[in-house]
Design a protein around this ligand. Structure first.
Ligand SMILES: Cc1cc2nc3c(=O)[nH]c(=O)nc-3n(C[C@H](O)[C@H](O)[C@H](O)COP(=O)(O)O)c2cc1C
Length: 428
């Protein structure tokens, strides 16, 4: 059995699966049940001045029969009094001393408010703090959440204020609603953050009811932008984690989240630089018990790979992620159709013919049967045919030796002595 124990900036937990700050961590009752079910840590639903919530507040985005492929909400931070939350945090920590409890915090951007809330939550024994600079709606209109989190100077200053008072590690949770998340991640590091976490939810409108013309969700016929999360956002979150992980000034651990539903995404996030993951939507969709499969799957994966500790996964793929200019322009792959597996549905032919490079021919074999064949010399190796193919193993993408030596765009430009035509800073 591999060692699943996690250490994120000094915060220890029995496994890398934490519940994210959200409805599943709203109360002591829930967090205690989550720990009983096997979760390693929980970031408590964001504390601050309690607010009033609206009804309704969630919307699911289904895709091809999958409920909650995406999930949208207009819920705000905790609507329960601070004293009640603090009492329940204290009780939960007493019952589960080895599990990680992190208090998520959001207050008005003043030094006094940050000092006050940090002291109050640390008194009840939390293992760490997560500063919520991410919620895109409601609180942002009041100058908090994403409104702070989109301005690097405010992230830096507030992180500093929290750090001045904090004795436990400070994690800064970042908003994805920004052009380049490394700007705010760097600001958090400058402010003294012990770790960063990402992503909070993405600005979104789940839909419009085409019969009533109301937005989804709506409150008495009116809607407002919400935050998007769940499986649909994973690629966006993974890129943001990766960009921070490979940034030379962002040298603190990253807690990754956004679309983690199984051990597989957890492994992906950790390979891409995350020290553990947080989960919200998947727990809301399937309940706390999904963590059992997550832990089993992760254990088996580590055992199969001969890896002793989950911490050894962290960042292993980061150096394989680079700028486009460092990719080998001369590397080539081509599609190979396995005619004994192919069902001749022609989806690859149509995709290639209509939208790619017209290199899949419809032919007859020696017995007069329809077959599809790739003209390798015209294939650009775009992958589209294998992506649209409905049959596993019917199309392989294989290496093609074009006899050219490796050469990147950057090398090519250097070789011809080209200089950039204008001095632009690339944002990712
Ligand atoms: C209904 C709902 C409420 C949320 N409330 C909070 C919150 O109070 N504080 C916070 O930092 N993030 C909040 N989040 C964001 C999650 O913590 C998490 O960053 C996001 O959902 C991405 O993870 P997921 O794809 O696993 O859901 C909320 C998310 C949802 C769906």
């Amino acid at each position: 059995m591999a060692d699943l124990r996690l250490n994120l900036a000094g915060i220890e937990s029995p496994n890398p699966f934490w519940l994210a700050s959200a409805p599943p961590t709203n109360s002591g009752y829930q967090v205690q049940r989550a720990f009983e079910a096997g979760w390693g840590g929980a970031v408590w639903k964001t504390l601050g001045d309690p607010i009033l919530n609206v009804s309704s507040r969630f919307a699911g985005v289904s895709f091809n029969g999958q409920n909650m492929a995406g999930f949208n909400n207009i819920e705000l931070i905790t609507d329960r009094p601070l004293e009640v939350n603090l009492k329940e945090i204290y009780e939960t920590k007493k019952r589960f001393p080895n599990h990680a409890i992190i208090a998520s915090l959001m207050v008005e951007p003043t030094q006094e408010k940050w000092h006050e809330i940090v002291k109050r939550v640390e008194e009840v024994g939390v293992d760490g703090l997560e500063l919520n600079f991410g919620c895109p709606h409601g609180m942002a209109e009041r100058g908090m959440g994403a409104a702070s989190g989109q301005v690097p100077e405010l992230v830096e200053k507030q992180t500093m204020w929290a750090k001045e008072a904090a004795e436990t590690p400070v994690i800064v949770k970042l908003t994805p609603n920004i052009t380049d998340i490394t700007f705010t991640a760097e600001a958090a590091v400058r402010g003294g953050a012990d770790a960063v976490s990402m992503i909070n939810t993405i600005n979104s409108l789940a839909g419009v009811d085409i019969d009533s013309w109301d937005t989804i969700p709506n409150v008495a016929g009116k809607g407002a932008h919400g935050g998007y999360c769940g499986p649909a956002v994973k690629p966006i979150a993974l890129n943001m984690v990766a960009e921070c992980a490979r940034h030379r000034n962002i040298n603190v651990p990253i807690s990754g989240m956004g679309g983690v539903s199984s051990w597989r995404e957890a492994v992906e996030f950790m390979l891409m630089g995350a020290t553990g993951v947080q989960v919200c939507t998947a727990a809301m969709h399937h309940g706390f018990s999904i963590v059992e499969d997550m832990k089993d799957g992760l254990n088996n994966y580590l055992d199969d790979k001969g890896i002793g500790s989950v911490m050894d996964l962290v960042g292993k793929s980061v150096e394989r992620y680079s700028d486009w200019g460092n990719l080998d322009l001369n590397h080539q792959i081509v599609a190979k159709i396995n005619n004994d597996v192919c069902i001749n549905c022609n989806k690859c032919h149509i995709a290639c013919e209509d939208t790619s490079h017209q290199c899949i021919d419809m032919l007859k074999d020696e017995n007069g049967n329809d077959i599809l064949r790739v003209r390798e010399e015209d294939c650009v190796g775009c992958n589209l045919c294998s992506i649209v193919c409905p049959v596993d193993g019917a199309i392989d993408m294989v290496d093609y030796d074009n006899g050219k030596p490796p050469m990147t765009w950057n090398e090519r430009q250097a070789a011809i002595g080209a200089t950039a035509s204008c001095d632009v800073k690339l944002v990712k």
